[in-house]
Design a binder for this molecule. Sequence first.
Ligand code: HEM
Length: 541
Amino acid sequence: MTVTSTLPSLDMLAFYLCGVGVVLSLWRWATDPLRRVPGPFLARWTPFWLMYHARKGERYLAVHELHLKYGPVVRIAPWHVSFASPEAPSKVYAQGSAALDKSPFYRAFYVQGTESLFSTQNRALHSSKRRLLSQPFSYQSIRGFESFMRESLGRFVLRVDRICAGDQFGDAVRPNSVMDVLLWFNYLAFDIISDLAFGEPLGMVDKGSDILPAERKDGTIFEEHAAALIDQRGRTAAVVGLVPSVEEYTKMLPIPFITAGYKSTESLSRIATRCVKHRVESGVTRDDMLERLIEGVREKEGGTVSQDEVVTEAMLLLTAGADTTANSLTAILFYILTNPSIYAKVVAELDSINAGLAELDSTASRPQAARLNSAIELETATDSLPTHEQIKSLPYLNATIEEGLRLFATNAFGLPRIVGEAFELDGVAVPKGYEVSAPAYTIQRDPRIWGEDAEMYRPERWIEDGGGMLKKHMLTFGSGPRACIGKNLAYIQMQLALATVLLRYEFTMPPGTELRSVEGFMHRPLELWLGVKRRGQGLKV
Ligand code: HEM
């Protein structure tokens, strides 16, 4: 009796709930200010469409396909519109009073609640942090650090010389004289940024490894793979950042992908702690980035250095300044090697400067494996490298870099900004509080900007008539007030490294090699194995 009398009321309850659901959905649809913006059905209602593709590591491709299907304006989440018209970047990443702030997505990059220059959404805080670092990142300052960069490059070429001589540092998987250039560019970039930021290279090139010491709160030391930590952190942040209102609570979820991301942040901050402590204890004084940070915090806090803030910024320099450059260099080299005529042309241009080639040849016949750490050998190798003055204006070298950065932007998806006041673009009005972005991958392949050969790696487009105007469409270093502060450093480093390896080595790429990649916050190649030999010597692959 009891059972039969409750059944109808359960039915009724379900019926009412469905009714309420339908009414609420209709109401939401009718009042949705973005209901006319096209996009996937799921993205209209939930962030899961975007989260799914971010988790798969191909958000940039999924959004690109939407733009190909629906046009320049698409909705990629209930509160997020992606704009891919040629006009979009100047509006989404506007300067001055029209500038939009970073969206709460960036909270996923806080380090134990501390904001950095990169992650803060507070405009005033950002300006004060940026002011601190703008001087050491200026073109003049970075040029002043050239000798440090060249020394790291000197160590790098001595290591690669050994690979050419068949010494693979215990790598049993691959045969002689092949190298994963991504790995080695990473070691080089970590050494350079740590030298410039903390006064000493991390020694990755010498070790042939990205393992670094990290310091726990109790002072004990443990070791971690830095590059893997950065990758894991970016991949987790790219997903949990899409639900900023609950991001804080996702830490508690027992999902390995999420816990690994938070653990990576913790380990990276422990590595940065160790770097800062090491530098402070070393007594080195140099007007570098860390010195500026420490001074800045001192001024702000009237004499007390907030360790958390310095560590957070130090960690930012390590995580933003190394693999971005290594990933870009790898992609650029890949594109050059895919096109034999481009490869020949850029090497011919470099040969024309005749940068220390005689010296390179004189060291080529020496026994390679021994005496690696000899100061004389390092000095000879460093002296034999091209200087920035010699290569900085080579048009074709610079065009190969620019074209590689166009096709492979390490931040491929649209970097999200939040609408402060009314925002209108391409006929679509986006209300306050919603998010907008302009995807580098799509805009840097738009035939309206780049022509019908937009998908093709063609450095010539940068040196033809009108080539100089193309730069304004580039988003690889971001745009507007939050654009990359490390751009000067990245360019000088890429010019020096690329000129050095192309002058000193001959690379071969196995036929059919593809640049496989994955996307977290950053889009990065997975590996690039190349045959390598000193120029003018027999190849052993
Ligand atoms: C080829 C190499 C590089 C690329 C492609 C690159 C790209 C970018 C991009 C796209 C942004 C904007 C991020 C956003 O809006 O969310 C950015 C910001 C930033 N980058 Fe780079 N970057 C590179 C190298 C470097 C280097 C060498 C450093 C030196 C430490 C660096 C430090 C930073 C910092 C601190 C920010 C935050 C700036 C701010 O918010 O004011 N980057 N970078």
